[in-house]
Design a protein around this ligand. Structure first.
Ligand code: HEC
Ligand SMILES: [Cu+2]
Length: 335
């Protein structure tokens, strides 16, 4: 081997070492993020920085039980974070803003408090990707523009004798001037009870009117939306509100106890607002609530009642899917 040849080989080897070594070196310097149950501190650190278009590498481990990692309003699969193991995650953001990352495994009553933020700086990498479903900055949620008081009681003054049926309702719609009610603006801003009242100018009986309401609610949703809502509900809501909507999830008792004990102690006075999770099968409660009101409650949370806020986790579309699913506990839809 002559000298130039040897040099060339050495250069190639050096090149390979650099190509492999540099990323490995940088990787090894990525700080480790620790996940712990909320009572023990949640995520550390819980504020991360990133830049639009630049991959953000994360290494995460758990110090106690199995947690999950996902970023709200982003199309990503959640990643399991196992005790004693290190999960490698790479995220790339195409829009600046503050994102929320959260735990996706039910690790305890305060599981939903396991949240942190990623501050993404820079400008839109590609203005054509604006469709990303995040509400435009400054977009006002419907409950705000309708000036709804989310905390006011909203029980329906009267309820149907049995579960209203969309199939039955459909047969009356030909004779009714109901196109109005089929617009999503009308649907979103009215409770089923208000629509029932609006229909009192028609010759229909009360139970027929309720059936028409069921039909209108069904016409404002799609099977895909219901499937999606059901999946999101099972993952994020069932632990409190119950698999079948009955307000009897595994954490329901803990919340109720927290509420009761808070009445007896001074310290607990702070927790006074703690309540039992809403029973979505209760017609009085649900038929008196408009989609806008339910959306508002999900977006904003109960502010101290035990109902978490989800506005930074779900896209607007996902929240409407959840709302559509919640009403399915009240109405009999076509298969
Ligand atoms: C940690 C327990 C917990 C989880 C998880 C939870 N909720 Fe709740 N939720 C509550 C409690 C408690 C209330 C009753 C107090 C209140 O209205 O603020 C409530 C109330 C509500 C209400 C208000 C209903 C009304 O008539 O005003 C809606 C809507 C709701 N939850 C939807 C959801 C959805 C959708 C999810 C999942 C994305 C969810 N909740 C997850 C505890 C929970
Ligand atoms: Cu967790």
């Amino acid at each position: 081997m002559n000298r130039p040849e040897l040099l060339a080989r050495l250069l190639i080897i050096a090149g390979i070492l650099l190509a492999v070594g540099a990323p490995l070196y940088l990787w090894s310097r990525t700080p480790l993020i620790h996940a712990r149950m909320a009572e023990a501190g949640g995520w550390t650190p819980d504020v991360l920085q990133a830049e639009v278009g630049k991959p953000l590498h994360l290494k995460i481990t758990s110090d106690d039980v199995v947690h999950g990692f996902a970023v709200g309003q982003m199309d990503m699969q959640s990643v399991d974070i196992l005790p004693g193991k290190v999960a490698d995650i790479t995220l790339t953001f195409d829009k600046p803003g503050t994102y929320t990352f959260y735990c996706t495994r039910w690790c305890g009553l305060n599981h939903w408090r396991m949240r942190g933020t990623i501050e993404v700086s820079g400008s839109l990498s590609d203005p054509s990707t604006r469709s990303g479903q995040r509400p435009e900055p400054g977009a006002v949620p419907l409950y705000v523009s309708l000036r709804l008081d989310l905390d006011a009681p909203h029980d329906a003054p009267s309820i149907p004798p049995n579960k209203p049926s969309a199939v039955n309702g459909q047969q009356f719609t030909d004779e009714l001037p109901i196109t109005n009610y089929q617009f999503s603006d009308y649907y979103r801003s009215h409770s089923p009870y208000q629509v029932f009242t609006d229909l009192s100018t028609t010759p229909l009986t009360e139970s027929q009117r309720w059936d028409v309401v069921a039909f209108l609610w069904q016409s404002n949703t799609t099977p895909e939306s219901l499937v999606n809502g059901k999946r999101l509900y099972a993952q994020n809501c069932a632990a409190c509100h119950g698999e079948n909507g009955g307000g009897d999830g595994v954490f329901a008792d803990d919340l109720t106890t927290a509420g009761e004990s808070s009445m007896q102690t001074m310290a607990g006075a702070m927790d006074m607002a703690m309540q039992a999770p809403t029973d979505f099968t209760d017609p009085r409660r649900m038929l008196g609530a408009s989609p806008a009101l339910l959306q508002g409650k999900i977006l904003r949370g109960g502010m101290g009642t035990g109902m978490p806020m989800w506005g930074s986790i779900f896209t607007e579309e996902q929240i409407w899917d959840l709302v559509a699913y919640l009403y399915s506990f009240q109405f009999e839809y076509h298969p």
